[in-house]
Design a protein around this ligand. Sequence first.
Ligand code: SF4
Length: 229
Amino acid sequence: MSNSRAQNPFTEITCREHAITQADIKSHGWKPALAASQQRQDAIAKLIVSSVSGGIACQAGCWYCCYFKVDVHAEEVFRIVDYVRAKFSPARVARLQEELAANTTTLQALSTQGQLTANLKCAFLDNGQCSIYEVRPARCKTFHAKDVEGCKKSYEDPNDLSIPSSFIPELSHAGEAHLKGFRQALADAGYDTNAYELNAAMALALADSTPKRRFEKHKKAFVGLTSNK
Ligand code: SF4
């Protein structure tokens, strides 16, 4: 990726992340590269949040945005699986698997539009808190709002798509730019960069190691799941 001409800040984020991740994958493999990339994404988000006048409305215990459909990528799913296996009791894993299966069944019965307005509780939302916060999907990290009212209204009336988003655009754009760079490097190394629905992908990855083995062999990780780039 050329750095030769003047670039907007988001393009610069993409280019920098692409170069760093390319080198990281080459030297250390995809897993450490992912962990390091997520730390950089957090650092960028922290910097942007600190510059938002009046601060942000997000705080622990606020969960309105945890009723959206979430897209994830294979490498994130495997990191979450490792976390769940390390931190959750077997009984909690079993409960999680039940909720993932139920959410998957519900979502797969809906149209694309229906999935966007389903208001389905995320399987990882536990007592109003994200139970995998440290390794939550990158998509979730781009959701930060200045005003809780917009999130609340969208939650209460999910079919009203005219409610303006209260998410902070700079944070979303910077997050997306960062992820674009990371995934370009992952694609360069031959890995699956499709996006999958969180519940369905997690259910398969928790059930057995086939998706991870396929990913490591540079194949599409989740066979049978619809995906998009
Ligand atoms: S993974 Fe965590 S942050 Fe993301 S929607 Fe689920 S509970 Fe919310």
